[in-house]
Structure formats: C-alpha cells, structure tokens
Design a protein around this ligand. Sequence first.
Ligand code: ADP
Length: 262
Amino acid sequence: FRDRKLIVHIIPFENRRQILVTHDITESERIDMMRRDFIANASHELRTPLTVINGFLEIASMEPNLDAQTRLSHLKLMTEQGERMQRLVEDMLTLTRLESMDHPIRPEAVNMRVLLDKILQEAHALSAGRHEITLEFDGPDILGSTDEIRSALINLVTNAIRYTPEKGTIKLIWKNYATGPKFIVQDNGIGISAEHISRLTERFYRVDKSRSRETQGTGLGLAIVKHVLLRHKANLAVESTPEVGSKFCVQFPITAIAPVEA
Ligand code: ADP
C-alpha cells in the first residue's frame, strides 16, 4: 500500500464506530501506468544498442576473415553501445533508488567550495577544451546529502556542455539571495522552445531524441535532478530561448544553509 493514498473514514454504526479504509484507485492506477510506461521506455532504450551489438556479432561470426580495420571499427561501435547501455542502467538504478526512498535525507554539512571545484574540474574534462567554463563562487555551505546534490548539479552541468556547441560559454554560479542560496548554470547553447519546458523533468523526455543520443544522453538526467531537489525542498527554474541559450536555476530554501562553525 506504500504508494497508495489511504483514505480513512470513521463511520458511526449503532453504538460503535467502524473504521473503513479505502485507497484512492485513481492514484494507484496512475502509479501503475507510470511503472508500465517506465518499463516500456526502458526496454525500448535498451533494445536499440542491443540490436546494434547483436548485428555486429552476427557479422563477426559469418565473416571471420574481415580485415583488421573493419573489425576494429566494429569493436569501437560495439563498445560505444555497451557504454550507452551501462549509462542507461546506472541512471535507471539511481532514479529507481531515489523514487523508492521513503526515508528523508540525513542532512550533513555539504562543503560547497570543495564540491563545486570538483564539478568544475569534471566539467573541464568533459568539455575537453571545447567550451569556456567559469565558476563564480559566493555562497554558503548547505545541509543535505553530498552525493545526491553532486549528482543533481553534475547532471545540469553535463547538459549545458552537451547542448552547447563548440566555443560556447558555460557559467556556474553559487550565490546567496534573500530567498536562499542558488546554483545557476547558464549556457549559450541550442536552447529549448517554450512548449517543452514543463515536460523536461519527465523520464525519457527529450526535445530531440537523435541529438540527445548523439551527445550520450539517457533522457533521465533531469528526472534524477527533480527527485534530488524534491528531497532537499529545493526548486528548479528553467529559462531558455532557442538558439540563444538556457539558464537552469536551483533554489535551495534558507533553512538549507549550514550553520557556520565557530
Ligand atoms: P538527456 O540525457 O537526454 O540530456 P535530460 O533529462 O538530462 O536528458 O534532459 C532532457 C532534455 O532536455 C534533453 O534531451 C534536452 O533536449 C533538453 N535539455 C536539457 N538541458 C538542456 C540545455 N542546457 N540546453 C538545451 N537543452 C537541454
């Protein structure tokens, strides 16, 4: 019954009170439907790389005398597809784990300086010199799960790199506001048109499937971000203009600020 909304009715009956417990069928049906969709989407996503790998394995067994160069190029393509499957499975596991966690986070002080310096380093490695990436750091440490926050922020930064063409700029900003600390990732990449914005955090939702695949996306990144932020009582705001760029802004509550040690 964990996923179902229980409704408890207390009904007076003769001199006794009866308790009637029902559950909201529409809610449980909705969850069922989401599960089915998830499995269907996940199977579909895994089938594509599997088909490619199986195809090359068949060629290898039917044509054992392929020249070394062709064989090498087939192996490279198979490795890419294997890696794609691995990313998919890892993201699916992360998302399922986050969704099934019914316990709240055990907050620890997250050293944002250390965390964001590491994220900046990873961003430089991923971009491999193709973008100008900067970090403006002027915010406090916060209370939360370091691992979860890392995975949410790295997803946003990875997207900025993925969807920004070469020579683009990516700005990371960590700053405190009257409303609480904010993490902002701003890029001048391909942007997103307005009709897609509200659906971005749906599992497997992608504006352009083929582009996302080319850029190694799984379609699960922003769903993971959404769940992490929900567990930290933080919000995600997206502003974007096609061909101009995107700004993803994570707003943490004031209560998330870690007390400063004396
Ligand atoms: P993916 O793994 O495909 O990147 P995400 O859930 O992380 O999946 O993002 C969903 C979709 O949102 C992406 O496929 C892409 O179309 C769009 N998107 C996310 N971030 C950006 C960005 N910074 N610029 C442009 N489009 C973006």
